[in-house]
Design a protein around this ligand. Structure first.
Ligand SMILES: Nc1ncnc2c1ncn2[C@@H]1O[C@H](COP(=O)(O)OP(=O)(O)OP(=O)(O)O)[C@@H](O)[C@H]1O
Ligand SMILES: [Mg+2]
Length: 379
């Protein structure tokens, strides 16, 4: 029986692995399609040889959705604007979500050295919150139900206890094991949230750690999985199933939920990658047919790497002088591929079709119109 009492710090939280069977037939059965979908996603990334196109675009959606779980609401468009013109004024939610993105990317860079560990968690949380973050050392953190403000869970208390539990969590995650890494990710996400080591930011940090773990385990090369999309769409289940593990050791339903999240979001991300690739190919064809003078492979890559582009990105990439590259961007605006805007003191250039595609659940895009030429076709 669980010793859980919603109003008292759950210092009896057991370490991983749970005592119950975590490889039931239902779990193992669900693991297969999740692994297949993830392997397909890893493959699909190679369809676009320039990985920056994916790295700069897909995690933005993940950051948006994961932050939205905490009611920090912004849009991809705001995030792209912010990325292109950091000095320009922007709202709190956009800045906070941009920090989530930064924490994810920094986490990816450090993963081979730091693995998924307490120190990784502290760094991630620190970047998200933009303050120095420590393991909780004061009482008073409790999770409340969104409707009634009633306490539903009080995480363990006492810095030593929290550090011990984190050490055990980290050891379990990084030791050799024949348990499928997706099952271990599900266990670890629950455990991290149940430990709730920080006063705030635990959910977002834990969701970044999920992605980092998939990379650490070799299941993904780059952080492209919209896992939070599933969690926000099923937020009530997400919270209820976490609580059911604590209250009733209901591990099976929780693990299956996380496996479904991986499967569904991997499939969704694959479709998005294919759509980006199709739009890139279409844009390439269109530009080369309408204005072959501005057609340059590197230019297309840059306007897909940066849904909002700046003159500086092109000069830095060696595409020419300011004057030359301004000419390219102007040419792309003339044929409707980019739209110029003023943002703060910056001139920015929006790849509208790409931005729409990234922000929408739909993977279709309106093709560019047929090329207009004055020469009537000979036949
Ligand atoms: N019953 C529960 N037991 C353990 N963890 C829970 C429970 N219910 C929710 N959680 C986790 O706690 C997180 C909220 O904690 P916290 O406010 O510290 O994180 P956050 O990142 O600021 O918020 P959010 O996750 O809402 O974005 C939830 O996202 C979820 O991951
Ligand atoms: Mg919070």
């Amino acid at each position: 029986m669980s010793q859980y009492d919603p109003n008292r710090p759950y210092n009896a939280l057991p370490d991983l692995p749970p005592e119950v069977d975590i490889e039931t037939p239902a779990i193992l059965k669900k693991c297969i399609p999740a692994r297949v979908a993830l392997a397909e996603l890893k493959q699909a990334c190679h369809r676009i040889p320039n990985q920056k196109v994916l790295i700069n675009t897909i995690p933005v959606r993940e950051a948006r959705d994961s932050s939205a779980i905490e009611n920090i609401v912004t849009t991809e468009n705001n995030l792209f604007r912010h990325a292109a013109a950091k000095d320009a004024e922007t709202d709190m939610a956009t800045r906070e979500t941009a920090r989530y993105l930064q924490a994810l990317m920094d986490g990816v860079h450090g993963i081979s050295e730091r693995r998924v560990s307490t120190s990784t968690a502290v760094t991630v949380c620190q970047i998200i919150r933009a303050i120095e973050v420590n393991i909780r050392n004061t009482p008073g953190t409790a999770l409340r139900s969104s409707g009634s403000d009633k306490i539903i869970y009080t995480p363990p208390e006492g810095e030593t206890i929290l550090r011990d539990k984190l050490r055990s969590w980290e050891t379990y995650l990084n030791q050799d094991s024949d348990v499928d890494p997706l099952i271990r990710m599900a266990l670890a996400h629950y455990q991290f949230e149940a430990i709730h080591p920080f006063t705030d930011g635990n959910g977002r940090t834990g969701r970044i750690l999920n992605i980092l773990y998939l990379i650490d385990q070799g299941l993904l090369d780059i952080p492209v999985l919209y896992l939070s999309r599933y969690l926000i769409e099923n937020r009530d289940d997400y919270y209820r199933l976490l609580l059911d593990v604590t209250a009733r050791s209901e591990w099976e339903a929780w693990i299956i939920f996380m496996l479904s999240a991986v499967e569904q979001t991997a499939k969704h991300t694959i479709a998005k990658i294919f759509a980006i690739k199709a739009l890139m190919d279409h844009t390439t064809d269109f530009i080369s047919s309408v204005n072959s003078k501005i057609y340059k492979h590197e230019l297309i890559e840059l306007i897909f790497q940066n849904p909002i582009c700046r003159i500086g990105y092109l000069t830095e990439a060696g595409l020419g002088t300011r004057q030359t590259v301004s000419g390219y961007l102007k040419g792309l605006c003339e044929i409707g591929v980019l739209v110029e805007e003023k943002f703060g003191r910056e001139k920015i250039f929006l790849n509208i079709k790409l931005m729409k595609l990234l922000a929408s659940d739909d993977n279709n895009f309106e093709p560019y119109g047929p090329s207009v030429t004055n020469d009537p076709s000979p036949n």
